[in-house]
Design a protein around this ligand. Structure first.
Ligand SMILES: Nc1ncnc2c1ncn2[C@@H]1O[C@H](COP(=O)(O)OP(=O)(O)OP(=O)(O)O)[C@@H](O)[C@H]1O
Length: 469
């Protein structure tokens, strides 16, 4: 392969990983790596030292393999080798890969729009998703109070409500609000250090830091911030050491007058397996819940989504979807995606008969049926003629990659599992791999009839099985 094709693909792969919220540590390690060549489908990557090699192999190789395969348009594998000449001249610093704190800048005029520059903010530093801003968030009676509290916190971090504790069922916008706080606060005060993290990533990061003797760097990462956004705090339940570390992180930040925002599926009182000292810290702040949205809000959410994607959708279609899916906005969005993808593939207008036809099996459930990752993996494996073990393996043959990505997509759409939990179910994969699969299959449904058919057929089978059991 010509060297410039490989280096172009390498840059494309890094950009795509970047846009998916690649963490700062992974970004720094990959920036030190260099693609050397393609040996029969294996891309040889040189890195300066053993530590970088280990990091890429253990934590970034999967995302990198996906992204490189996408960029090259064929499945490749990667192999990492050490080339000491790539090492920087200065003495190696153990924490060299840690992100430097952003330089201090003059605060902007606070009168700026709430989304100002949201897309320009470096999402790799903050881990913020550019799509989740206050501008794209629809308010209604179910979330108005929490939305107002979130704005207040962003406008006056650590002054309004500290901590802000947002709770409610899955798919009701807690994560969206958290990211929106980060974006808006940064648009008002660009010098702030904001960090978003899911509690499962916090846990993994903590365990890795312990194992690698990098606890000081870990503590700096979470304690030297102005706003810490911790999503799905319920997942640290029962993990004694992580809870202890989090308690001290929380106290350090609180004592230093820094803002903490937490989300959870339950209010603090009902968080079993949490120490009282943590629960009472949470309760000392503002508790704000999100409820399932009413019909008008659901329609408004779909309208906003359609407008954002430049889709022309008959209002009756939006009403049809909104009237049938009431308890999870992620599912609402998934239905709209299926209808628009089908219309796109078959070049038809998006009208009510088409929506009814596409969604007939998806939204005909009389009551909630339990769909688990195991059920999805079992059905997907059977459908593609592979085994569950293979789905969880590192085998990257074409069929397996497709089956694995579709199964991950379905887990995201049909279950309440978080990205890290889905990654764990598929043989301990990183959450960025799940994000990548979700994005890729979502896009392919719009472009490839075959993918749309696989997803539709599998959804029907999975729902059927769930109804039977
Ligand atoms: N009020 C809203 N307006 C617009 N989009 C919304 C709203 N609420 C939720 N969404 C969208 O619904 C999807 C799911 O929301 P989100 O991930 O924030 O839910 P969550 O409560 O954090 O769920 P989980 O507990 O499973 O993490 C996202 O794509 C989000 O943008």
């Amino acid at each position: 392969m010509a060297a410039n094709i490989l280096s172009d693909a390498w840059s494309t792969a890094l950009t795509s990983l970047d846009s998916m919220g690649l963490g700062p540590a992974a970004a720094s390690f990959l920036a030190m790596a260099k693609p050397l060549g393609d040996i029969e489908g294996t891309i040889l990557v040189a890195v300066p030292n053993e530590f970088t090699k280990g990091y890429i192999e253990n934590r970034a190789s999967e995302g990198l393999t996906h992204a490189l395969s996408d960029a090259l348009g064929r499945d490749v594998r990667i192999a990492v080798t050490i080339d000491a000449s790539l090492a920087p001249d200065e003495e190696e610093d153990e924490d060299a890969a840690e992100p430097a704190p952003p330089p201090l800048q003059t605060p902007r005029d606070p009168d700026v729009s709430r989304t100002l520059d949201a897309v320009n903010i470096d999402s790799t530093e903050t881990h913020l998703n550019p799509k989740y801003t206050f501008d794209t968030f629809v308010t209604g009676p179910s979330n108005r109070f929490t939305h107002a509290a979130a704005i207040a916190v962003a406008e006056a971090p650590a002054k309004a409500y500290n901590p802000l504790f947002i709770y409610g069922d899955s798919g009701l916008g807690k994560t969206h609000l958290m990211h929106a706080i980060g974006h808006y606060a940064l648009s008002l005060y660009p010098h702030l250090r904001v960090r978003y993290v899911n509690s499962e990533e916090f846990t993994n990061d903590f365990i890795n830091a312990l194992q690698e003797g990098r606890i000081n760097a870990f503590q700096r990462r979470y304690r030297e911030v102005d706003i810490l956004l911790i999503d799905d705090i319920q997942f640290i339940q029962g993990k004694e050491q992580t809870m202890d570390e989090f308690f001290h992180t929380f106290n350090t930040l609180h004592n230093a007058n820094k803002q903490v925002v937490l989300t959870s599926d339950l209010p603090p009182k009902q968080l079993d397996g949490f120490e009282d000292r943590l629960r009472s810290r949470f309760e000392a702040g503002l508790l704000a819940d999100v409820q399932p949205p009413d019909l008008e809000t659901r329609i408004a959410i779909l309208q906003k989504k359609a407008a954002a994607e430049n889709l022309e959708v008959d209002p009756a279609v939006l009403e049809y979807i909104a009237s049938r899916i009431s308890s999870n906005i992620r599912e609402l969005e998934g239905c709209l995606l299926r209808v628009t993808a089908f219309a796109n593939l078959t070049q038809q207008r998006i009208d009510l008969p088409l929506a009814e036809m596409v969604l007939k099996d998806i939204i005909s459930d009389p009551q909630d049926t339990e769909i688990t990752a195991a059920l999805i993996m079992g059905q997907t494996a059977h459908y593609f003629g592979v085994t569950i073990d293979q789905l969880c393996s590192s085998d990257r043959s074409r069929t397996l990659v497709e089956a694995r990505q579709i199964a991950m997509y379905l887990c995201r759409e049909l279950t309440d599992l978080s990205l890290p939990k889905i990654g764990a179910a598929f043989g301990g994969r990183d959450h960025t791999t799940v994000m990548h699969a979700n994005k890729k299959i979502g896009q392919q449904m719009n472009a490839k009839r075959e993918t749309f058919n696989h997803v539709t057929e599998l959804t029907n089978r999975i729902k059927q099985k769930a109804r039977e059991s």
